[in-house]
Design a protein around this ligand. Structure first.
Ligand code: FAD
Length: 505
């Protein structure tokens, strides 16, 4: 039986940053089961550094994007703590891109009133930051990383999180911990079309909810406007910074349609651009619009966006010369496990930070490039709270045996999980997208509920059933929240009568 001081589920920016901000006398165990979205981040980190910019302007932009439904204290904490965290990253060795005046270069992205998105490696901010932080956690003597481990359940006693059940190498095990941090990222992979890594399915949110953790705003799934369908792989994000340096969006007739939709045109908040593209796609029946960079210099684009350039070049598309077909896809999870500003959930000793957490900072629609910052600021706060609380936290009482209900569970590989996942993705894509209709949401709910009932009685028979049960549960959380509330941002709820040809359920 393993006991650790701090257990961090997730090795993305949020989890890694918590680990690196904890003292080395604490024994830390981290775990992960798929590659992180943090590594994929392109555009950068939003921070107001320039004297002509201000915290107030960044706060206002965040509130405007979030439809003023954000928790103001969370927004202020995010933005005002940003300089300290960027300073820490630099001290750790992250090399941000500099301009000719030897200042960190900042670029414009959608919804920002000032160029304030700093970046590294051109369009490889996530890779640049994570490769360095990964090395640090891998070499730390007090940190053990369990790779290929899947969280299955939380162990709760008297409203207190005391451990987890997980599967690794076809064995189900338990770990007890004084502090447990959920840093498990978002759920974009519940959709057929996403920018997210395979495996980003958000099941940890359902697991936390089963344990009694409060969750909120699950309906708010952000769709990124400009994903390119790779010829041999899935969808590849083309950063908003491309529009920040001047790229246009064109319809099938090569007209700039954003001119008529928002004063900020292509740099309007993300949900407005995604909906505009959705409408163009609906009316033209072509499954994409074009990103046009033909008025920009190829040499500049190649230097500024080396990774995007290389990826498109493999498909014989050259930035600055060719039109790039793009479409909106599922990208970022705004809702999740409710936390306060220190990352505390309503369950004692259970924290959440990064994309899985819901502090209310993004309101109804996240401002571009505020999420890496969220991982840093709230990750640091979690570490601080753990340190301040560690002496008062007693070793968990592990008299109960959480493995009892798993003792007959089969763990040998099967196809069931993948079959269930594909079915769930189809439902979410068809019925729970950018434009939502009540009857479609009800249809999704009834299909998912049916699957949930099928899985309920067999969930401890096979680990695949347990995982499928968690997937269908988190999907239902999204659908039920969407049915119960208006969509104030991210996506749109329209009346059934406005869409022809939809069958009622
Ligand atoms: C293509 C792309 C580009 C982006 N660009 C930007 C950008 O430029 N700027 C910006 O601010 N944001 C950007 N984002 C968003 C940002 O990258 C993410 O919100 C952020 O990195 C999330 O970090 P995280 O640590 O919370 O989660 P992740 O980095 O996704 O890490 C999640 C971790 O949890 C683990 N995990 C999950 N479930 C389980 C489980 N059941 N058991 C065990 N382990 C589990 C995973 O294996 C992984 O280690 C981008 C996102 C994508 C997909």
């Amino acid at each position: 039986m393993k006991i650790t001081d701090v257990l961090i589920i997730g090795t993305g920016l949020a989890g890694t940053y918590v680990a690196l901000n904890l003292p080395t006398n604490l024994e830390i165990t981290m775990m992960c089961h798929h590659s992180t979205n943090s590594t994929l981040a392109q555009g950068g980190i939003a921070i107001s550094l320039d004297q002509k910019d201000s915290f107030e302007a960044h706060i206002e932009d965040t509130l405007t994007a979030g439809r003023h439904t954000n928790i103001l204290e969370a927004v202020k904490t995010l933005i005002e703590s940003a300089p300290d965290q960027i300073h820490t990253l630099e001290k750790l060795g992250v090399a941000f891109d500099y301009d000719a005046q030897k200042k960190i270069h900042a670029t414009l992205e959608g919804g920002h009133s000032y160029p304030r998105v700093i970046h590294a490696g051109g369009d490889q901010t996530g890779q640049s930051v994570m490769s360095l932080l990964d090395q640090k956690v891998e070499s730390a003597k007090n940190i053990q990383i369990l790779k290929g481990a899947s969280l299955l359940d939380l162990v709760i006693q008297n409203q207190k999180a005391i451990g987890i059940v997980y599967e690794m190498n076809e064995t189900i095990k338990v770990i007890y911990a004084k502090h447990i941090v959920m840093a498990t990222g978002g759920l974009g992979d519940l959709y057929e079309h996403t920018t997210n890594q395979e495996g980003s399915t958000g099941e940890a949110i359902a697991i936390a909810a089963f344990a009694g953790a409060k969750c909120q705003d699950m309906r708010y799934i952000q769709f990124h406007p400009t994903a390119y369908k790779n010829k041999d792989k899935g969808y590849f994000l083309i950063t908003e910074a491309m529009r920040g340096v001047g790229a246009y969006l064109l319809d099938a007739h090569e007209n700039r349609f954003m001119d008529y939709i928002h004063p900020l045109k292509e740099l309007a908040p993300r949900d407005i651009v995604s909906k505009a593209i959705y409408d163009v796609i609906e009316s033209t029946k072509k499954p994409f619009v074009y990103l046009d960079t033909r008025h920009l210099k190829t040499a500049f684009l190649k230097e500024r966006f080396p990774n995007i350039y290389k990826t498109l070049e493999k498909d014989n598309l050259i930035l600055g010369i060719d039109l790039i077909p793009v479409t909106p896809v599922a990208h970022y999870t705004i809702g999740g496990i409710c936390t306060d500003l220190m990352g505390r959930t309503n369950l004692e000793n259970l924290y959440a930070c990064g994309e899985v957490a819901s502090t209310g900072v993004h309101g109804a629609n996240r401002l571009a490039s505020n999420s890496l910052l969220e991982c840093l600021v709230f990750g640091k706060n979690v570490a601080e709270h753990i340190v301040s609380n560690h002496e008062n936290t007693s070793l968990p009482n592990y008299s109960m045996n959480p493995l009892d209900q798993w003792k007959h569970t089969k763990t040998t590989a099967s196809q069931n999980y993948l079959i269930h996942k594909a079915y769930i993705q189809e439902i979410m894509t068809k019925h729970v997208g950018i434009v939502r209709y009540d009857n479609q949401l009800k249809l999704a709910k009834s299909k998912l509920t049916h699957l949930l009932h099928q899985l309920k009685n067999v969930r401890f028979d096979h680990v695949d059933h347990a995982k499928s049960y968690n997937l269908v549960s988190v999907s239902l959380m999204v659908v039920e929240d969407a049915l119960a509330h208006e969509s104030l941002g991210c996506h749109y709820k329209e009346k059934e009568s406005e869409k022809k040809g939809l069958k009622s359920c």
